[in-house]
Design a protein around this ligand. Structure first.
Ligand SMILES: *Cc1c(COP(=O)(O)O)cnc(C)c1O
Length: 401
């Protein structure tokens, strides 16, 4: 291929791809550890991890070798037959989550679709009729497909695509009374992120999560926790709900589940599975093929062996401390939220301008909601990387003030 300059590379993409992203003016070429390099060879410290995906950073030899070995052996079979890597991955995921049944998907949105279908089928089996409703949260994000969009609490994302899936009511996150106000005798599930990600990094309060769990138990409503962004070690627990001691009936995972290989999952307890999706109710051609099975197995093995959650708690506490210092120092930073390596800082300046400026300083930083700088780095970052990020971010803030 002939070499082109950055403007030509960007033009090539803009001429061919559907324009649904206003992308940063950055053409990424390769990654190593917690650093990325653009096609000009410029180095960037990565505090985004491809949106909370690349838990082990880039070019991890052990992970790469596991994938390469599986490519040479068997990539795909369909779900009409058994294969060992997928069964091994499901077993490992059951073990770390304490859930009983796993269905692998190709993305987060598809995991949400499956979770919704699982909840509806459970209520249908129990009651002998359809017409059940779901309660979702304001400011939530669950994905872009029609079902996932239907439970996403952002009217701006939903409006052009209405009518969406009917029977969804919205409540306020961390407000138990507002959830109770939406419950009817048709409610089959309550869906929420344990820590809201795209909406601006809002962790559920313990009282809220416990209150919703008690409400669900009382009325046989299923609690669906979306752990797509906050799960897989990011909160300092393997799944964020484990830190609250509040177990869902159905859980979704994706993003760091495959650490770069497109894979998601929805999981449920045996109680739900017994009355839920049965042969003929659900399926996927790619989902959970041997290739992603090998990736998930390796990711879970490495996370457990390397005690990733201990590391996240330690580095996460350091990141909290440093972000608090920044909030104290800069007038434009007004609040700090989050735990582990899913944290955010509220900013009165245009956050898009700050993340663009950060690129000039060799820092990849993303935003959440309209006014939050989001910190979701690879889980393997060290304290020295936090210091490096703070230095670069401070330089941006100084220049923009
Ligand atoms: C990213 C995300 C999704 C959607 O995942 P995709 O793989 O983009 O479809 C759903 N829920 C949460 C909490 C997410 O962060």
């Amino acid at each position: 291929m002939k070499t082109t300059n950055k403007e030509e590379q960007i033009q090539l993409a803009e001429d061919a791809l559907l324009h649904v992203y206003n992308r940063y003016s950055l053409v990424l070429d390769k990654g190593d550890g917690v650093y990325l390099y653009d096609t000009d060879g410029k180095k960037y410290l990565d505090f985004a991890a491809g949106i909370a995906v690349m838990a082990f950073g880039y070019n991890n030899q052990e992970y790469n070798d596991a994938l390469k070995a599986q490519i040479d052996k068997l990539l795909h079979t369909s779900n009409l037959y058994y294969n060992v890597p997928t069964a091994t991955a499901a077993e490992a995921l059951k073990k770390v989550s304490g859930m009983d049944r796993v269905f692998f998907t190709n993305s987060g949105a598809e995991a949400i679709e499956g979770a919704i279908k699982a909840a509806k089928k459970y209520a249908y089996t129990r009651d002998g009729h359809s017409g059940h409703e779901i309660i979702a949260m304001n400011h939530s994000f669950h994905g872009r497909t029609i079902g996932a969009l239907s439970v996403t609490g952002n009217a701006h994302y939903r409006e052009p695509f209405e009518p969406l899936m009917p029977g969804v009511a919205y409540a306020d996150f961390n407000d138990l009374e507002s959830v109770k106000a939406q419950v009817t005798d048709k409610t089959c599930a309550i869906i929420m992120e344990t820590i809201q990600g795209e909406g601006g990094i809002y962790p559920a309060s313990k009282e809220f999560l416990e209150g919703v769990r008690a409400l669900c138990d009382e009325k046989d409503i299923l609690l669906i926790l979306d752990e797509i962004q906050c799960g897989m070690g990011r909160s300092g627990h393997m799944f964020a709900w484990q830190g609250y001691g509040v177990k869902p009936d159905i859980m979704t995972s994706a993003k760091a589940l495959g650490c770069g290989v497109p894979v998601g999952a929805f999981l449920m307890t045996e109680k739900v599975a017994k009355k839920s999706l049965a042969p003929g109710d659900h399926g996927t051609t790619y989902g959970g093929n041997p290739f992603v099975g090998a990736a998930v197995t390796k990711v879970l093995e490495m996370m457990e062996r390397d005690r990733i959650t201990d590391h996240v708690q330690e580095v996460g506490a350091y990141l909290s401390e440093k972000l608090e210092e920044l909030v104290a120092k800069y007038d434009c930073l007004t609040a700090h939220r989050g735990v582990g390596l899913i944290q955010g800082v509220v900013c009165t300046k245009k956050v898009g301008e700050i993340s663009a400026k950060a690129l000039e300083h060799g820092l990849i930083l993303i935003t959440a909601g309209s006014d939050v700088l989001r910190f979701v780095p690879p889980l393997v970052i060290e304290k020295s990387h936090v210091d490096e990020m703070v230095e670069k971010l401070s330089a941006c803030l100084d220049e923009l003030s």
